[in-house]
Design a protein around this ligand. Sequence first.
Ligand SMILES: *[C@@H]1O[C@H](CO)[C@@H](O)[C@H](O)[C@H]1NC(C)=O
Length: 94
Amino acid sequence: MWSEANLLLLLGFTRALCREMASRSIRVNALLPGWVNSSMWTDLKPELQQAYLKDTPLNRVADPAEVADAALFLASNGFANNCILNLDGGLSAA
Ligand SMILES: *[C@@H]1O[C@H](CO)[C@@H](O)[C@H](O)[C@H]1NC(C)=O
């Protein structure tokens, strides 16, 4: 769901911000969710839903709680810095 160009921008931005904020002891991480069970997903055309599910090895969308759990991990783990967390059920491997 992320284009290669946007992914590179995001990685570069995270890395730059990580270096920039280090002196202030601020950690910078990126959480990259795939499709999440939300109105954004349910409003999607069924054909598109099927196509995304087919490309997602886990063959389902995320529960919002699973994304919240990942955000909590990034916020609470003091060694998570410039951590790029793909949480897309494997869609990015397609
Ligand atoms: C999405 O959430 C609704 C409400 O909690 C639930 O009924 C439904 O089964 C969920 N759908 C998927 C694809 O997870």
